[in-house]
Design a protein around this ligand. Structure first.
Ligand code: 5GP
Ligand code: ZN
Length: 119
């Protein structure tokens, strides 16, 4: 499995940098975002170092479907309000204009507020 020794999220996955774990399994590690946008905000990160969605291909289909299906389950476990009045947001920022800051693929899971209506 590919790792990048200079990558922040690789270091978090390896436990070299502390994080607040939400979930882990053989494919992904999930942890709370250090600067949350909402009461519930965590990241689902592949254990494999993939820089962004631009490097994802058909060989990652199982990983990507796992991330997509895990988001709602973990959002509920973390206390998101029930659908449809509650709900959650799943977001993968890609590239500079896509708002990506950390170049290790990750999916934001945000719930418990509607921050896009503020400011
Ligand atoms: P991006 O903009 O790349 O989609 O999101 C990167 C996210 O990683 C940001 O929301 C940021 O707050 C979060 N983040 C950056 N550094 C750390 C860190 O050291 N620990 C944790 N838990 N989150 C981080
Ligand atoms: Zn990485």
């Amino acid at each position: 499995m590919h790792h990048d020794p200079d990558c922040l999220f690789c270091k978090i996955i390896e436990g070299k940098i502390p994080s607040q774990k939400v979930h882990e399994d053989e494919l992904v590690y999930a942890f709370k975002d250090i600067r949350p946008w909402a009461p519930i905000h965590f990241l689902i990160v592949p254990r494999e170092h993939i820089a962004s969605m631009e490097q994802a291909g058909p060989e990652h289909a199982r990983l990507l479907s796992h991330m997509l299906l895990l988001g709602p389950r973990l959002a509920r476990e973390q206390g998101s309000n029930p659908y449809p009045d509650g709900g959650y947001r799943l977001q993968i920022n890609t590239g500079t204009e896509g708002g990506q800051e950390v170049y290790h693929l990750h999916m934001h899971v945000v719930a418990g507020a509607r921050p896009w209506l503020k400011s």
